[in-house]
Write a protein that binds this ligand. Structure first.
Ligand code: GLA
Length: 391
């Protein structure tokens, strides 16, 4: 389904549930990160792109009661109600409504009260697949609230508000990558984001001979909850021992010198982050120069580092990357790595456009043979960020 069809579906579902057409429709994309994993909360660089998968919200103001917000999702029968007459607080952990609720709380904190409205959420970003379905929902909600309140936020402020929603309401201490790319994605461009200065640079990705292939392992090992904050802490510990504000400021040489003063695991975590920041900058240069073999090697190196040093991969992700390596450049495979937080979800691959079909077939077959699981594989061009479809 393209964005237009997705929006039409959301509008039809809104009509079905609420008995009238929606007044507003907004959308925000998921993302895939080409390289720069677990670097955002270390003030490093990331190189994501928005994907042609979106969360769409259709909504209308409430005429009767101006304090009740009703949220419905096409994934669930039961609606969620937020009563603006009462202080807002998080729903129980794991509830999807925490993402929109956290964003609504952020707007209220800015003195921007949307009043009551009805909303219908529909998404084709795979849920929990490491493609930032949560950021897409947060950013779509923020886009809707911008229209309702008539106040457009600065894009950086908007992304940070959504990140805070995820911290305070979903209890996930994420970095800034996912929300930034969902707000600022640009068609046919990757976004090189300096997570320290928050400066962004668009990197054109227009070479028609190269395609981005996303391979969903369709497994999710429920480790992210505890492992993600644990990784953040280990990085902070390493920075403290190195005497730097964050691992962005550390060099491989300084790390080597400090090896004896560091727990072995903390050392490896830091080694991943420091090397990954460097790889990300080089990969951006490689994309700019269409130096694909180099970009591919950096992707494989990133995966190995995430697997061995950062320990956030899993058997299924490793199997996909192994299959990719076995296909090799000759077979049209440029590079492949896990993408997102890890412990399941997706890998991202750069492939020669004319080999997309053969490679997809081969990965699907080999992955099924080795794991018994059906992978979901699709191509996406770099997409635009959040948009208003009807206002
Ligand atoms: C998750 C977080 C991001 C980032 C990645 C790992 O997607 O939300 O902020 O830390 O993991 O790169």
């Amino acid at each position: 389904m393209n964005l237009k069809e997705l929006a039409a579906h959301a509008a039809a579902e809104f009509q079905k549930k609420y008995g009238r057409p929606p007044r507003w429709i907004v959308a925000a994309p998921g993302r895939v990160n080409l390289i720069g994993e677990h670097t955002d909360y270390n003030d490093g660089f990331v190189l994501p792109m928005a994907i042609e998968r979106y969360t769409v919200i259709a909504a209308d103001r409430l005429t009767k009661d101006t304090k009740q917000i009703q949220l419905r999702s096409t994934c669930e029968d039961k609606p969620v109600t937020i009563d603006l007459a009462r202080p807002l607080k998080p729903f129980p952990k794991g509830a999807w409504a925490n993402y929109p609720a956290g964003v609504i709380a952020g707007f209220l904190a800015l003195g921007l009260n949307p009043g009551g409205f009805d909303a219908l959420i529909h998404s084709n970003v795979p849920l929990g697949g490491g493609l930032s379905s949560s950021a897409a929902l947060e950013v779509a909600t923020a886009s809707l609230l911008e229209i309702i309140t008539g106040k457009n936020l600065d894009p950086v402020e908007k992304a940070l508000l959504c990140q805070k929603a995820e911290h305070d309401y979903a209890g996930m201490p994420c970095g800034i990558m996912d929300q930034f790319i969902s707000v600022m994605g640009r068609e046919n461009h990757l976004l090189l984001l300096d997570c320290r200065s928050r400066k962004t640079e668009l990197v054109p990705m227009t070479d028609a001979t190269v395609a981005v292939l996303i391979i969903n392992t369709n497994v999710k090992h429920e480790l992210t909850g505890s492992e993600y904050p644990a990784r953040r802490k280990q990085c902070e510990t390493a920075a403290k021992i190195l005497g730097v504000p964050s691992l962005r400021d550390a060099t491989p040489e300084a790390l080597e010198l400090a090896k004896g003063r560091m727990d072995e695991v903390v050392f490896r975590r830091a080694r991943h982050v420091i090397s990954e920041i460097e790889r990300t900058v080089h990969a951006a240069e490689g994309v700019r120069a269409s130096n694909w073999p180099t970009v591919g090697q950096l992707m494989y190196a990133s995966h190995a580092s995430l697997r061995d040093d950062y320990e956030v991969s899993c058997k299924e992700l490793d199997i996909v990357v192994d299959i990719a390596e076995s296909i090799g450049l000759k077979g049209g495979m440029i590079g492949c790595r896990m993408t997102g937080g890890g412990f399941g979800g997706c890998t991202v691959a750069l492939v020669k456009s004319d080999a997309v079909e053969a490679i997809s077939k081969k990965i699907a077959a080999d992955y099924k043979k080795k794991t018994g699981i059906e992978a979901t594989i699709f191509v996406s061009r770099p997409a635009g960020g959040a948009t208003v479809i009807e206002a």
